[in-house]
Every structure is written in structure tokens, then in C-alpha cells.
Design a protein around this ligand. Structure first.
Ligand SMILES: Cc1ncc(COP(=O)(O)O)c(C=O)c1O
Length: 464
């Protein structure tokens, strides 16, 4: 049965309903990424500008989804659009399929901002970045098992698609994952140093962690340092998945913010300024593992770096890991990523964005207190999130135990009021969000909280 708050949603989004009906005949679930679906059907978008996105019915929304994170400058920022157009005209093509200078420029810029980014390889997505980082770790250590945390999302490949939405015991989020791959992944609770100490053993190749979990749950003091110490002692490669946290928690990423440098970092989303691009960055001795054998044989600086391959890690002597991809590092994605980085490095830009994030977090705490609702407002930098629970949120477990029905009800009311996000997902801020956007959003949240509660269905009922 439809919850009452779907009524407004349905009556305001008839164009999306029609497109959904049509799309379901040719596109499973009407979506090309499972995370884009929400019941009863998602909103089909037609255009966007700045902080706003417009659906097929012509409705305007303030956008806090921002394509799940990459659009740190908002939609179609003139500087990014201009950079893409300029590079397209200059290069005369959308892809070289050969090395180009922009790749090097971006690798140099990343090395300047991210402590772990001694060397870079580009990919096309966050998924590819975490996948290649794990393979490098396995190659360097000669080990198979990897460890990840409950509720941490690292993309859609087999090794990491476990316990995305539920606590232990281990649970694969998809059929089709070979049991040997599933069993090679150790799942640990987040923000629990003792569990990490007890769980990690010398046969683990890598620990992969979202240092700010779900882009909004900060690590407890000492957690990342403890991870660093244990992994170094056991010869395990420490991978930070900063696909969301860079640059939303800071230009030096979570690694700069919390002062812990991982061995490898997976980047995605904002690194391509909204175009499909990711990157694996990391320590020279690890990244050198992907140096092609031809380049190792060549004299000069390259072979000197390659001779470090795997040094300090317990795997085979001189390991070799394959990394490739037709679309890695296309010129316009690099141009967009560089333009975004230019913008964010301008005096006051990132701090202004983080200050807006802090204003929203504080205003929401005040709002929920005023309305007598027990709530936890989380996040840091340019992202925020909130859940209705009295328990401080240290991991996804407190979120799963929170009143998610109330949160979803609020989110659907916001959708009806013209504030867009995927329900029960963190909110992203951009340079395009104005003070009046933020004020209006707070007003709409206040109004949605004041509306009488309808019957709140369970998650299972919603997803049926
Ligand atoms: C932390 C994190 N890592 C990896 C990914 C996967 O990135 P992509 O969707 O570009 O493959 C995501 C996507 O949301 C993510 O949030």
C-alpha cells in the first residue's frame, strides 16, 4: 500500500511516472544504475543549472544529490563549461588513446594536494579506482584476502559488494559473486579499533576504508592512526577510498584532515569535475608495480622508479600488476577536473563551502531541538546528513537502527516541495548553492517536520 506522502509526489511527477512506465520496457527498473531508483519511481530529469535541477514536468528543485557528489561547483559552472569547450576545440578530439600533457598536469596537481599521491593512474570511475587499488595491493603482498567495513560502499565490483546495508554476518549485495571472491573479503565493524585488531591477520592484502564513512560519519579519534599502525606492522596495504571525501572534507582529503597517510587512495567523482574519471594514487613503490615491463627495461628515471616495485611489501620480488582502459584520462575530463581544482584552490572558496556546510549542520541541530525531535546531524566540510535517533552515530549500525521511516517521509515531502535528493541519502553542497537556497531548504525541512505524520511503511514495504 502506498504511504500517504506518495500522493503529492505522484500528482506532481506525472511526466516521470509516464517515462518510468516506458523505460521499464527497455531498461531494467527504468534506471541505468540501481542506486538511482527510489519508490514508487524516480524523478526523470531534463536539465540543470547551478544549484537547480529541472524534471521532465518542468518542476524546479534545489539539488542536494548533485549526481551523488561530483558536482562540487554545481551544475554547468561557467568555468568548467568553458574549460571543456576550450579543450575540445584545442585538442580537436574527445580522446587521444595516447598519453597527453593534461594527465601529467593533473598527476602533479594531485601530488601537490593529497599527501599519498606520489604517483597517479587514471581510471573512469570510483569502482575502477577501488578495483585497481585492491589488485595493486594483492600484487604487492602476494596475498588474497582483503578487509572492508560494514556499510562502506566502494563501487560495484565483486570484492567489495558486501554488507552495504546490513551488519555482520557477511552478506553479498548481489547474486553472481563467486563464493571464493566473497569469502576472500573480511567484513569489519567501523569505528571499532578492538574489532580491527582482532580481525586483521598477516594473510590480509589490504584494508579498504572510507575514512569518512558514507561521506558523513567521521572516524573516532585515533581510529585511522590505529589502522595505519596495525596495517604497517602486518605488511597490509592501507587504502583510503576518498571517492566522496576528496575534496568534500578538505582539499587534502580525509588523509590531510586527520593526518594519516594511506598507501593508496581511490579517487572518483569530483576528480573529473563531473565527467567520468577516477584515479588511483599512492606511494611510488606501490604504484610502480603497474609500470609496463617495456618501460622497466628502458633506461632513465622510469626504470629507477620501477626498480622500487613492491619494495617494503611482503609479496613477490618485482611484482607486476596490469592496469589499463581505453577511456582513462580523456582530455575533456581532465580539463574539467583541473578547472574544478583551480576554482577550489582560489582563496576562500573551499573554506566558504565548508562554512556553508557548518551553518547547515548547526541550523539543523537547532531546528530538530526546537521541534523536540531526537536527531543526529552528521558530516563535515561540504556534506551533511541527519538521522532520527538518540544514539550518537559512530557507524552505519546506528543509522540502520534509526527512524528511517521518518527520514524518508521527510525526504518525500522535500521532493514535493522542490528540494531534490535521493531519499535517506547525505546532502551535498556546491559553490552554486546560495544563502537563499539554504534558507529555503531549512524552511521546507521545518514545514515538513510540522506536517502530521502519515503511516510510515517499512523499508521492505517501500522496496517491494
Ligand atoms: C565511497 C565510494 N567509493 C566508490 C564509489 C564508486 O564510484 P562510481 O560510482 O564512480 O563507480 C562510490 C560511489 O558512490 C562511493 O561513494
Amino acid at each position: 500500500m502506498d504511504p500517504a506522502y506518495f500522493d503529492d509526489y505522484r500528482s506532481l511527477t506525472t511526466g516521470s511516472r509516464d517515462l518510468y512506465e516506458r523505460a521499464c520496457r527497455r531498461i531494467p527498473g527504468g534506471v541505468t544504475s540501481n542506486v538511482r531508483f527510489f519508490p514508487p519511481y524516480p524523478i526523470y530529469m531534463s536539465r540543470a543549472a547551478g544549484s537547480k535541477i529541472y524534471d521532465i514536468d518542468g518542476r524546479e528543485y534545489i539539488d542536494y544529490c548533485l549526481a551523488f557528489g561530483p558536482l562540487v561547483a554545481g551544475h554547468g559552472h561557467p568555468r568548467l563549461v568553458e574549460a571543456v569547450q576550450r579543450e575540445l576545440l584545442r585538442a580537436g578530439t574527445v580522446i587521444f588513446g595516447a598519453p597527453s600533457e593534461l594527465e601529467l598536469q593533473m598527476a602533479e596537481r594531485l601530488a601537490g594536494v593529497l599527501p599519498s599521491a606520489e604517483m597517479t593512474r587514471f581510471t573512469n570511475s570510483g569502482t575502477e579506482s577501488t578495483m585497481h587499488a585492491l589488485r595493486i595491493a594483492r600484487g604487492a603482498t602476494g596475498r588474497t584476502r582483503i578487509a572492508k567495513f560494514e556499510g562502506h560502499y566502494h563501487g560495484v565490483h565483486d570484492s567489495v559488494l558486501l554488507n552495504l546495508d546490513r551488519p555482520l554476518p557477511p552478506f553479498a549485495g548481489s547474486d553472481g559473486i563467486p563464493s571464493a571472491v566473497r569469502d576472500a573479503t573480511l567484513v569489519l565493524p567501523f569505528n571499532d579499533i578492538e574489532a580491527v585488531k582482532a580481525g586483521l591477520t598477516e594473510d590480509v592484502a589490504a584494508v579498504i576504508v572510507e575514512p569518512v564513512a558514507r561521506g558523513a560519519i567521521e572516524p573516532q579519534p585515533g581510529l585511522l592512526a590505529a589502522l595505519r599502525e596495525i596495517t604497517s606492522r602486518l605488511g597490509i596495504v592501507l587504502i583510503f577510498d576518498e571517492v566522496v571525501s576528496w575534496p568534500r572534507v578538505g582539499l587534502s582529503g580525509a588523509q590531510g584532515r586527520y593526518g594519516v597517510t594511506p598507501d593508496l587512495t581511490a579517487l572518483g567523482k569530483a576528480v573529473g569535475g563531473g565527467l567520468p574519471m577516477g584515479a588511483v594514487v599512492g606511494k611510488r613503490e606501490l604504484m610502480s608495480i603497474v609500470t609496463p615491463s617495456g618501460a622497466r627495461a628502458f633506461p632513465g628515471e622510469v626504470s629507477k622508479d620501477a626498480s622500487l616495485a613492491g619494495a617494503g611489501f611482503p609479496g613477490p620480488h618485482d611484482p607486476y600488476v596490469f592496469h589499463g582502459g581505453t577511456y582513462n584520462g580523456t582530455p575533456i575530463a581532465l580539463a574539467a577536473g583541473l578547472a574544478l581544482l583551480d576554482l577550489l584552490q582560489e582563496e576562500g572558496t573551499w573554506t566558504g563551502l565548508a562554512a556553508a556546510g557548518e551553518r547547515m549542520r548547526q541550523a539543523l541541530r537547532d531546528l530538530f531541538r526546537r521541534r523536540g525531535r531526537e536527531a543526529q546531524v552528521i558530516g563535515t566540510g561540504a556534506a551533511f546528513d541527519f538521522y532520527f535517533t538518540g544514539e550518537p552515530i559512530r557507524s552505519s549500525r546506528e543509522i540502520w537502527r534509526s527512524d528511517l521511516g521518518l527520514r524518508r517521509q521527510l525526504d518525500y515531502r522535500l521532493l514535493a516541495a522542490g528540494v531534490y535528493n535521493s531519499p535517506a541519502h547525505r546532502f551535498h553542497l556546491s559553490l552554486a548553492h546560495s544563502d537563499s537556497d539554504l534558507e529555503r531548504t531549512l524552511d521546507e525541512i521545518e514545514r515538513a517536520m510540522a506536517a502530521p505524520s502519515g503511516a510510515v511503511p517499512s523499508r521492505e514495504a517501500l522496496l517491494r
